[in-house]
Design a protein. Sequence first.
Lengths: 411, 366
Amino acid sequence: MLYDLLVFSVFTVCLFRCTSVRSNCDAGYIKFMLFFKKSFWRTLYRAFCNMLGNQPSLGKYLEPILQTLYGSYHSELFRGNVVALNNVTCDMLTITLNVPRNWGGFEAGQHVMLTHMLDGKYVSRPFSISSSEFLWSSQRQIQISCKVKSNGELTSSLNSLNAGETLFLSAAQGQFVLPKRSADVILLCAGSGITPMRAYLQSLADLSQHAQLPFPNVTLLYRYRGAEHAAFLTEFRDLQETHNSFRLIESDSLQSQKLSTQLTEIGINHNDYYVCGPLQFMQSVITSLKSQGIAAAQIHQEHFGPSLIHQFADSTLTNDTDPAAYFQAGFYKAGRQHEVAASANASLLDSALQGGVEPTFGCRMGVCFQCVCNKLSGQVKDLRTGELSGLGQEQIQLCVSAPVSDVTFEY
Amino acid sequence: MKLEQSQYQALAADLDAVKQGVKNQIGAKDASYIRKVLFWQRISEISGRILLVLGFITPWLWAVGVLLLALAKILDNMEIGHNVLHGQYDWMNDPVLHSQRYEWDIACDAKSWQRTHNYEHHTYTNIIGKDRDFGYGLLRLSNDFRWRIRNLWQTVTYVVLSTLFQWGISYHELAGQRVFFGRKNKQRHTQISDAQLKKAFFSKGARQLFKDYLFFPLISGPMFIWVFTGNLLANLIRNLWTSTVIFCGHFTEDAQTFSQAECENESQGQWYYRQMLGSSNFTGSKAMHILTGHLSCQIEHHLFPDIPARHYPAIGKRVQKIAEKYAIPYNSGSFASQYWTVLKRIVKYSFPIKTPSNFELSQKSQ
């Protein structure tokens, strides 16, 4: 570390010299310099905190004290206080959260990682924000809507939340951002894929109400299984009545409404398409759009949500007895990905080593914990106990885990 | 005194049942327990460092500061660091308590320690030639080792090792002997290069030295020498304590050793069996268990290294019953008596006499 400090100080002296010589340089260069200085101080601060308390920041070092004094505290995540819980359908729950100002806001379509402490364990899942951007900017509140699954590790516990309890939030994230205002778009969604669309439509409605902006031409195709599973349906029907430019196409799979005929009904145009929903729905919509000659650049899709992964896992779990089952395992390291075919009956460590990936490992029997990796998605099985892992992000030991679905890891 | 193949299977089943029973209980209580320990570690570290500086009011404050800082370091190394690095709290998904991210207040780099201790020592416990932790390459503790002249003064070596234990561990875990002085072998397949090992050794060591002997003494200004000595003493207390506890875990008189041939193609039951014979416990109060990081229950720790340590004393009773059932010796005693046998063993094997161990004597009498 001392050596690092020395190199850094020499480096900065050189850089300061450079700036004084090239005093009238372009804006990009100055920006680069500022970034460098900022990251330099950040690195220095980290090194300092690591030296003092073996933690990357002062907040992390003091976390155990603050947690003991103030109950729920987290140095990296934001605290969301539960304001209200509403059942929007028989199996979908909307949680309204009070979020601190420094959370930083979001754009309609983005999602957050929701973290809840369950029996001493932090459980995290991604959820789309389903409320208007206006609710955040005016009242510092956001809503999250999630499908409650009785076997879902996190969602099953959300039902028993009380007002005033704390959930932890990440900053808003995701590239699935709906267009700014005036653009005309077509939204295609199914099931819980409605949540980012609702955030967008609510934001548009609020804008036209509070800022007197015209409502753009938006078409929403909403596929659901029976009206009792369709969240926010009355809201959208009302919206259609107040705004002529909004068109709602309801698609009830129980009433044998064909998705393909409804898709052709919308007609081909040069608008952008936003697709979100379970895997099967996404696949059939995207193939049908492509067959109609719509360019891939026009189609935006959101790939996340427990429902998506879960369906995936369910379909493969039935193949569990098949000894020849192979899954794709993606290993990420510093942004580079290696794809490996992983047998359902071999440990992921063996599959990785065979495929040329070399994660750190030791005992190969689950004792030494050197091969612990961050699982990003997918589900695995503990080879010792047959126990299934969760579906979201979590830490697993490669040497005693076999895949039961396609999986991705950071190692 | 070997068990039958079927007995090994039954032993594995019994111990697996114990393990599963405890695993089902793991939850919020363990989380709040380890957070409480972390809380007291932080409090004693911060207050200890402040009291060291307040020594100018009365030296007594300084003395309390030394003890508090030593306590903080012991808690950090034993109950928190050692157990967290074993992955006992990985299930919490908390980055502060995760085995891949934890770094401790000791000269040894956590990653190097994980590689050597968790893997070599825990997988090949007390197998001569595989478990380098047996005698740390310095002490002759069984007849499996050839006697050398230097073993004559190994009692002194042991005392020196104890006082410098954190550096001994740091050097040992990186396989210093090989990395610094060994022959270069191009065929050897290692995941971590020697250069990386050396870098980890020096950067972590330098960081610790900088913190305790430069940074904190310097910012306390005129109290430089007081803080410097205080930190030195706190490190010394921690070194002596950890080395004593660890020696009681594997080097008591009746802790057994194994040959490589014996352990080839071991079953899970045989592995459990070896872990029980190679480790030893000592009894004590709850505070004692916490200060040793529950290494007072070394047998349970070796059987189930990834179960949160606070369960070990309770598991111990069930393990002892299982040991009785299969007539496996369960090596336990008071702290003083166990430590006495460690000292006896160190002295005994410093002489070139092939003294049979108690275990071998009992074998012969049967």
